[in-house]
Design a protein around this ligand. Structure first.
Ligand SMILES: NC(=O)c1ccc[n+]([C@@H]2O[C@H](COP(=O)([O-])OP(=O)(O)OC[C@H]3O[C@@H](n4cnc5c(N)ncnc54)[C@H](O)[C@@H]3O)[C@@H](O)[C@H]2O)c1
Length: 408
């Protein structure tokens, strides 16, 4: 069975490597020349625990190759970006439509196109089926469509690729059989077979559920801050209830999933959604809230200038190098709106310069600031607690076990 994986980013690359190591010949396809060039040189395009070793194994297996265009294959796995349109909040289909057009130009009869990208419910019926038919192919006859959404979390991707339960959204049982043969080769998790529309909605619902739960935790954090209560202690106690599981509050929600997918539902059902839209608004408002808290802390601690404030962490979560939609970047945009410039930034994981006043030396960064704002709980900060003990600290992630620090 020959496989193509289209889109070699955070999802497509580890998936392609797992498939190669499992014994199937796989061609990794990406539109970006620099991605292909880097991978063909034997270098990785992003950091992830265990990925180097998996890449070496995949290359040594002889099953892995890379190309700019799709080739003839039995299964095509599509893992391209699916952002939302900022104004309408609907899915932006350019990447997924482009990928499927490339596939249809070469796919042999009987091939399966498995969309792993997260899509708004109904996307496959609305955009992919007509594309297939326009190419003179008949779905369920000479080409088979499926939705196999991905759930892995950056930072623990390789474990989760092997152990998570997978949804196989299909229109015919034989498509499920083919996909099962492939995914079973590297995934020990439960395979849940359903129809395509249910798989689409279930995936978006999973991330929306988390977004709403985080928004609840964030609202709780704001109430507790005003009432001078410890939100973390309250969540710890409340979560002892056997049917309560409140997630952690934080400085905002980032990444390519939780901060994006709920918008699809807002875009598609504007007259129905209420709680989903409000959760997005609450979570997107957290960077602004953090700025207000900083302003109060500065007054309380006698800090006069924003240039004495340093933000630790640019990524959207700890120990990954993904900065998409990160709360710190959202916060910088808020600062620019308020015309407050001069704050300093440091992230041990991000070595490229991406913002003004970004330091590469941690000690120099600490030396130039008085108030340290922890935006991301990288392992690095836990390992350097002794170096920050004399700073004024605002810990938005509840990751610093020191007394006298300001919390969210
Ligand atoms: N990153 C995550 O944690 C995560 C988790 C679950 C699901 N997802 C979903 O997986 C999908 C991919 O996300 P990602 O984070 O891997 O994205 P990414 O931006 O890291 O990678 C996507 C890759 O696709 C390439 N690409 C775009 N159009 C192409 C085309 N027509 N042909 C070939 N290559 C093309 C891009 O150059 C890029 O390298 C998205 O729908 C996302 O919502 C992501």
């Amino acid at each position: 069975m020959k496989i193509n994986v289209i889109g070699l980013g955070y999802i497509g690359l580890p998936t392609a490597l797992c498939i190669a190591v499992s014994g199937f010949p796989v061609v990794g396809i990406d539109k970006k020349k620099e991605v292909l060039d880097t991978l063909m040189e034997g270098k990785l395009t992003f950091k992830e625990a265990g990925l180097e070793e998996l890449f070496t194994q995949a290359r040594e297996s002889g099953n892995l190759s890379f190309a700019a265009r799709c080739t003839a294959a039995d299964i095509y796995i599509v893992a391209v970006p699916t952002p939302y349109i900022r104004i309408t909040k609907e899915i932006e289909t350019t990447y997924i439509v482009g990928a499927v057009k490339d596939i249809l130009a070469v796919a042999p009869e009987g091939a399966v196109i498995a969309i792993e990208s997260t899509v708004s419910p109904g996307t496959i019926a609305k955009y992919i089926v007509p594309l297939t038919e326009a190419a003179g192919r008949v779905c369920g006859n000479d080409i088979y469509l499926a939705h196999v959404p991905e759930r892995i979390i950056p930072g623990n991707m390789l474990y989760e690729l092997k152990h998570n339960s997978r949804t196989l959204g299909v229109a015919e049982p034989e498509t499920a059989d083919k996909l099962m043969q492939l995914y079973r080769s590297f995934c020990k998790g439960e395979m849940v077979v359903t129809d395509i529309e249910t798989a689409e909605m279930a995936k978006v619902v999973e991330n929306t559920y988390r977004d709403i739960n985080i928004a609840f935790a964030n609202e709780l954090a704001k109430m507790c801050s005003r009432a001078n209560l410890d939100v973390y202690e309250i969540i710890r106690v409340a979560n002892r209830h056997p049917r309560v599981n409140i997630l952690a509050p934080g400085p905002g929600v980032g990444g390519h999933c939780i901060s994006v997918d709920p918008w699809f539902l807002v875009g598609d059902y504007p007259d129905i959604v209420n709680i989903i839209r409000q959760a997005r608004v609450i979570n997107d408002g957290m960077p602004e809230y953090v700025l207000e808290r900083i302003s109060n802390i500065m007054k309380k601690e006698g800090i006069k200038d924003i240039s004495e404030v340093g933000f630790y962490g640019l990524t959207y979560k700890e120990d990954v190098d993904d900065i998409r939609e990160s709360p710190t970047l959202q916060l910088i945009q808020c600062m620019e709106r308020h015309l407050s410039f001069g704050a300093k930034f440091y992230d041990p994981v991000i070595t490229k310069a991406i913002v003004d006043n970004q330091y590469t030396d941690f000690m120099q960064f600490l030396g130039d600031i008085r108030l340290l704002v922890i935006m991301v709980g990288h392992q690095h900060i836990q390992d350097n607690i002794n170096k920050i003990a004399h700073h004024i600290i605002y810990d938005t992630r509840n990751c610093i076990p020191l007394n006298h620090i300001h919390k969210l």
